[in-house]
Design a protein around this ligand. Structure first.
Ligand code: HQG
Length: 184
C-alpha cells in the first residue's frame, strides 16, 4: 500500500470506528457515514478515487461501501456503539485471540473483555492472532473452544471481513496456545 492509502486508511479507521465528531460528521445507527460529507470534512487529502482505492486494497477489508455507493462504514473495530446487523452464527471449533504477555494476569482474572471496543475480536488462524498481539507487545495466543461455547449458548458473530466477534470470554474458556493447557 502507498503512503497516502495507509494514511487515509488510518484516518477512516479513526473516524468511522471511534471519533466521527473529530471532523463534525455523524454516523447513522448502523455506522454508515455519508461519503460526500466525509470527503468535504476530511482533514487528510481525500478524493473519491483514493477512498475507493483504500476500500479495495485494505489488507483486512476494513471498510464497506453501501450498494448505492453513497455511504461507507467500518466492518468491525468500533468503540462507538453501532448496529452492524450481524446475526449470531456457529463458529469453527477453535478461535484465537492474540494479546500481549503484559495483559495476561488481568485476563486470567477477568477473562477477555472488549475494553474500549464494542466486541472482543477473535480470528480463525493463529498467524493473524499473533500479528494482532504484536501490536501490544510480546505476543501470546489464547485458544478459545468456540464451538463448545456456542453449544452452551454463547453467541459469536462474524464481521463482513471474516473477523469473529463476541461480547466476552470468561477465564475458564481460555487456553494457552503453546500446549493447550488451561491457564486457570
Ligand atoms: C486486551 C485490529 C487486560 C486484549 C486487530 C487486547 C483486531 C485485556 C487489548 C482489532 C482484557 C485491547 C482488535 C482484560 C482483553 N484485561 N487486557 N480483562 N481483556 N484485553 O486493540 O483485539 O488493524 O482494543 O487482549 O487486527 O488487540 O485496526 O483489541 O490486547 O482485529 O483493523 O486488551 O483491531 O484491527 O486491544 O484488536 P484492542 P485487539 P485493525
Amino acid at each position: 500500500m502507498t503512503k497516502p492509502v495507509i494514511e487515509v486508511s488510518k484516518f477512516l479507521s479513526y473516524i468511522l470506528r471511534h471519533e466521527p465528531d473529530a471532523i463534525g460528521i455523524e454516523l447513522d445507527p448502523e455506522g454508515w457515514a455519508n461519503i460526500e460529507e466525509l470527503i468535504a470534512n476530511s482533514d487528510v487529502p481525500l478524493t473519491r478515487g483514493l477512498l475507493n482505492e483504500v476500500v479495495a486494497n485494505s489488507d483486512k477489508r476494513r471498510f464497506s461501501i453501501s450498494a448505492d455507493g453513497l455511504f461507507i462504514r467500518a466492518n468491525q473495530g468500533h468503540s462507538i456503539v453501532v448496529d452492524l446487523g450481524l446475526e449470531p452464527r456457529q463458529p469453527p471449533e477453535l478461535l484465537f485471540h492474540g494479546t500481549a504477555t503484559r495483559f495476561l494476569d488481568q485476563i486470567i482474572t477477568q477473562g477477555l473483555l472488549p475494553q474500549s471496543r464494542q466486541y472482543v475480536h477473535l480470528s480463525d488462524d493463529k498467524a493473524t492472532a499473533t500479528k494482532v498481539g504484536q501490536r501490544h507487545g510480546t505476543p501470546i495466543i489464547l485458544t478459545i473452544p468456540a464451538l463448545q461455547m456456542h453449544g452452551l449458548g454463547h453467541q459469536f458473530f462474524q464481521a463482513r471481513n471474516g473477523v469473529w466477534l463476541t461480547t466476552e470470554i470468561e477465564p475458564q474458556y481460555l487456553q494457552m496456545s503453546s500446549d493447550d493447557s488451561a491457564i486457570t
